[in-house]
Design a binder for this molecule. Structure first.
Ligand code: FAS
Ligand code: PHB
Length: 396
């Protein structure tokens, strides 16, 4: 490896220019804390990803507080409830009546776009297409990153490293294997997702359990819909024509929704695997993990992006106290604080996935338990309130 030809320093080095890294960078910059974002892909590539669609109230408040909520408030859709269905019978969970709360439907792609534009405005330093990034000396007092950029080897010295580089990043691997504890469940199915320039089938989302498998009706705008169906892990997206997708979706959702469904050509089609995963601790020396770098949830509970937001909130507050008040207590407790909320979201996401999906090994008794759980949910205000408070987001 060539010795670095260019060296610089910053206060916080952020690995990853997805929602976690960009939101942290925005919050730190507004507090005068210098930071540099290093992203492996191009900006266009990052902005081409189609991912999450639902923002918890905590995420909405954080984006507004970071000064990036304007377009979300103009173009986002406030949802005061969500539809659930079992074997084509639908019912509604009324967030407003049950717990006086709501969520915001606004795509992660748009959140990321807003964050990039805000970073342009504040002149935040961001490097794209960074290669071969290494994280060094996080167990010391002056960690550094080494990487290649534009064919030159560079070194970035810093006080702290924020590992915001997602599940396949390098940050988590910096934690010694005898320290890192991993918890994982890989699900025996995936989600086949379609984006279509069609009006959504309903004003709100519909999560549907069915003997043929799970389906989800979501949206991005009043003329842009997002749909998912559960498929076997071995399925390939090429196997699924648009017509096959629409016909399978119709079979799994409530009859009145199936009749209203407006279909059209898919403008994006992909299969995402599902897993539950948590890495502990989320802090090692001067390294702090945020978002998918530390945890993954099955998207059934719409928690992935929202957990990234609460991690960022905790780390931002801790760094702010360190730099402004000389108080390191927030940094010392960051991992425990973040993990407390992460595990509750993991539980909710796992329980929603178990309630709404068909698992290969399910017995007749298991299916009766699923039906009883759905019947209880349909008939109990207490059960619906519990689901509502988890779905809209538990407090930070
Ligand atoms: P991200 O993965 O978004 O960002 C990490 C960034 O780090 C990426 O831009 C990556 O290129 C970069 N990076 C990686 N390695 C690097 C390196 N060595 N050096 C520099 N940069 C590096 N969540 C939901 O709530 N609902 C959903 O429906 C949903 N659907 C999803 C579908 C898919 C296919 C995936 C993969 C995830 C989905 N998620 C969903 C979860 C998703 O929204 C994440 O929770 C969210 O992107 C987390 O943001 P980050 O932590 O920033 O990680
Ligand atoms: C989406 O719109 O992509 C979406 C919404 C809710 C989920 C998962 C995905 O739970």
């Amino acid at each position: 490896m060539n010795s670095p030809s260019i060296s610089q320093s910053t206060q916080v080095a952020i690995v990853g220019g997805g929602p976690s890294g960009l939101l942290l960078g925005q919050l730190l910059a507004r507090d005068g804390i210098d930071n540099v974002v290093l992203e492996r892909r191009s900006r266009e590539y990052v902005l081409g990803r189609i991912r999450a669609g639902v923002l918890e109230q905590g995420t909405v408040d954080l984006l507004r507080g970071a000064g990036v909520g304007e377009r979300m408030d103009t173009e986002g859709m406030v949802h005061e409830g969500v539809g659930l269905a079992s074997e084509n019978r639908g019912f509604r969970i009324d967030f407003r009546a049950l717990i006086d709360a709501s969520v915001m439907v606004y795509g992660q792609t748009e959140v990321t776009r807003d964050l990039y534009q805000a970073r342009d405005v504040i002149g935040g330093e961001t490097h794209h297409e960074v290669e071969n990034l290494r994280i060094l000396d996080v167990d010391g007092t002056r960690p550094s990153l080494e990487f290649e950029l534009d064919g030159k080897t560079r070194s970035l010295q810093c006080d702290f490293v924020a590992g915001c580089d997602g599940f396949h990043g390098v940050s988590r691997g910096t934690i010694p294997t005898d320290v890192l504890r991993e918890y994982e469940r890989v699900y025996p199915f995936g989600w086949l997702g379609v984006l279509s320039q069609t009006p959504p089938v309903d004003d709100e989302l519909i999560y549907a359990g069915h003997e043929r498998g799970f389906a989800l009706c979501s949206m991005r705008r009043s003329d842009l819909s997002r749909y998912y169906i559960q498929v076997p892990l071995e399925d390939r997206v090429e196997q699924w024509s648009d017509d096959a997708f629409w016909n399978e979706l119709r079979r799994r959702i409530p009859a009145e929704a199936a009749e209203r469904l407006v279909t059209g050509p898919s403008i994006e089609k992909s299969i995402a695997p599902l897993r539950s995963y948590v890495a502990e601790p989320m802090h090692w020396g001067r390294l702090f993990l945020c978002g998918d770098a530390a945890h993954i949830v099955p998207p059934t509970g719409a928690k992935g992006l929202n957990l990234a937001a609460s991690d960022v909130y905790y780390l931002w507050q801790a760094l702010r106290r360190h730099y402004h008040d000389g108080d390191a207590s927030g940094l010392e407790t960051y991992s425990d604080t973040a993990l407390a909320r992460v595990w509750k979201a993991e539980r909710f996401s796992w329980s929603m996935t178990r309630l709404l999906h068909r698992f290969p090994e399910q017995t007749a008794f298991d299916l009766r338990m699923m039906r009883a759980e759905m019947d209880y949910l349909m008939s109990s205000v207490a059960a619906q309130s519990a689901l509502a408070e988890n779905y809209v987001g538990l407090p930070y």
